[in-house]
Design a protein around this ligand. Structure first.
Ligand code: FES
Length: 229
């Protein structure tokens, strides 16, 4: 039944195999004022199971078209298994606190009209600034930033379990895969990564922190940028 068996299984040297009828969307990272917002993208087909390309070479992106078999895509997972809470650095703010594990996809939602999340932390005793910071951190597509209230409780957005294919026309690239709502992500060896509300997966095949996105699709060293699609 759709929903009950939601899962993303990473196939060895191949795509992400998604099961459980996980809704699939495309959204576009779009400048708005001094910050960014997510606009709706193409409508993508929905299915009980589907395979998402992670080598960055499919001619039918975001879906796998088995190009990885021809190119001999070889892909080792290198991400740490240390929990987010252990890896993240804690910074106290005036009204709320911040956890930051440094995992960045350069999706830029931490920038607001008033400044960055870090710059505003000391001003979060102001309710308007506090709401702005909670919203900006909650839009981070890797789950790098988490806001805590003064009781240590995570102030997370309520996200429907779903997958969002990100496009970044400002940077002239296709961006990563935004996994929302705690969908389990399983390695080829059967180990399951820590379940989180927001996670960014690599789909260009270039990340040095696989399976997670590390913004290699934007960074200078990745010259062979995928076409936006
Ligand atoms: S993983 Fe199959 S085409 Fe990219």
């Amino acid at each position: 039944m759709a929903g009950k068996n939601r899962r993303i299984r990473i196939l060895e040297n191949g795509p992400y195999h998604v099961t459980g009828g996980v809704p699939l969307y495309e959204k576009v990272i779009t400048p708005k004022g001094d910050g960014y917002t997510l606009e709706e993208g193409r409508e993508l087909p929905q299915a009980e199971a589907y395979r998402l390309c992670r080598c960055g070479k499919s001619a039918n992106a975001p879906f796998c078209d088995r190009t990885h078999e021809r190119t001999g895509f070889s892909c080792r997972e290198t991400a740490s298994r240390v929990s987010y809470r252990r890896a993240a650095q804690f910074t106290a703010g005036a009204g709320v606190d911040l956890l930051d594990d440094g995992r960045c996809a350069l999706s830029r939602f931490c920038h607001t009209d008033e400044g960055t999340v870090w710059q505003l932390l000391d001003a979060t005793d102001d309710p308007e600034i506090r709401e702005l910071v909670i919203k900006a951190a909650g839009e981070c597509t890797t789950g790098r930033l988490t806001i805590l209230n003064k009781n240590g409780m995570e102030l997370e957005p309520r996200l429907e379990p779903s997958i969002v294919i990100l496009q970044d026309p400002e940077e002239e690239v296709s961006a990563g895969i935004f996994v929302r709502g705690g969908i389990p992500i399983e390695s080829p060896d059967g180990q399951v990564y820590e379940s989180r509300n927001r996670v960014g997966l690599c789909r260009c095949g270039q990340s040095r922190n696989k399976p997670f996105c590390d913004a290699s699709h934007i960074r200078m060293e990745y010259h062979d940028k995928p076409e936006t699609r």
